[in-house]
Write a protein that binds this ligand. Structure first.
Ligand code: ZN
Ligand code: ZN
Length: 354
């Protein structure tokens, strides 16, 4: 492989650069030729200056591709194999890892793909082989880009631990909220999805099965329209990550609130007594452990997750790609609205179809 194109974080903005093609650095490294990368809330946060990334790092982490080269110690994957990348590093040796909580591995610094280690918005990426997960023949590389966000969602659904008769409210109709609704619906729960942005409400309605009630948020607070879930939801998943106070006023007695999303500055002023008297559980799930990434890979084969992909751009169309998510690289030309659900940056259009 000759030089590659890569979307690099430089001086507070993403910029397309030409770089030498990566090679295996360690015996267990594989080089993956990237098909496509989904743009996630984290990438959007980096571009908007709300989430820190290392200067000079290649962005992107929700990707699939084909193994292009392998180090001498690689035994689990072979050249030519189609894979999805698990970008969440774990060492397997620290105490959280040993206790089955690899998502909370303490050795992540310098190893988070697309944040402080080179990511996937590029022609190719190098990763240790255990983070390259082979795809079933039936799954396209495009479909596989949704496995990583699905793994995030499964982790939070598991933390919610819903009962079979729970009424579930998902707050926020972006890709994560829409995937949440899809997973809860797949489990047979009664779901309401609440979204404020009218374009995204329409997209979510279009994508989700009829069993999911998609409603537009009105007024202040959560803005649940009158008559919707009058007795409160038993499970409330806040994918905005900033609405805990409002969620506590809305959730049913004995209910569970799952706080999703990493909002650096989000705070809440809550009446602690109401947790006790109303028996409410507030949980955070953290990133996914490796076994839930594998579960997401299995489940992705059963769910129409690729329907969330509304827009695809080549790497050099990254400005338009971020703009479709209301995030223009320059604050002066920033827009507020979304026109897309999931946006893919396509590194290799031929591969992405496979
Ligand atoms: Zn992500
Ligand atoms: Zn660890």
């Amino acid at each position: 492989m000759s030089d590659i194109q890569a979307l690099v974080w430089e001086a507070g903005a993403p910029v397309l650069r030409t770089r030498p093609a990566p090679r295996p650095q360690q015996p267990d490294d594989v080089v993956v030729r990237v098909a496509a990368t989904g743009i996630c809330g984290t990438d959007r946060g980096i571009v908007l200056g709300e989430f820190p990334a290392l200067e000079g790092v290649v962005l992107g982490h929700e990707a699939s591709g084909v193994v292009e080269a392998v180090g001498p110690g690689v035994s689990m994957v072979r050249v030519g194999e189609r894979v999805v990348i698990n970008p969440t590093y774990y060492c397997g040796r620290c105490r959280p890892c040993r206790r089955g909580m690899a998502a909370h591995c303490v050795a992540k610094d310098g190893r988070e793909i697309g944040v402080d280690r080179d990511g996937t918005m590029a022609g190719a990426v190098v990763i240790p082989e255990r983070f390259a997960c082979p795809l079933p023949d039936s799954m396209s590389l495009r479909h596989a880009t949704m496995v990583e966000p699905l793994a995030c969602v499964l982790t939070n659904v598991q933390a919610a631990a819903p009962r079979v008769d729970d009424r579930v409210l998902v707050v926020g109709g972006g890709p994560i909220g829409t995937l949440c609704a899809l997973v809860f619906a797949h489990r047979g729960a009664r779901i309401t999805l609440l979204e404020r942005d009218t374009a995204r409400t329409a997209l979510a309605r279009d994508i989700l099965p009829g069993a999911v009630d998609v409603v537009t948020s009105e007024g202040t607070g959560l803005g649940l329209p009158a008559g919707v879930l009058p007795e409160g939801p038993d499970v409330l998943v806040d994918t905005t990550g900033v609405l805990l106070e409002e969620a506590l006023e809305t959730v049913a007695v004995g209910g569970t609130i799952v706080v999703m999303g990493e909002r650096e500055h989000a705070r809440a002023d809550i009446a602690l007594r109401s947790l006790v008297t109303r028996g409410v559980r507030v949980v955070g799930a953290g990133p996914y452990p490796p076994h839930l990434f594998e579960a997401a890979l299995d489940l992705a084969g059963e769910l129409p997750v690729d329907r969330l992909v509304t827009d695809e751009f080549p790497l050099d169309g990254y400005r338009d790609a971020f703009a479709a998510l209301g995030a223009r690289p320059s604050p002066a030309e920033r827009t507020a609205g979304y026109t897309a659900m999931k946006v893919l940056l396509v590194s290799d259009p031929e591969l992405a179809l496979r």
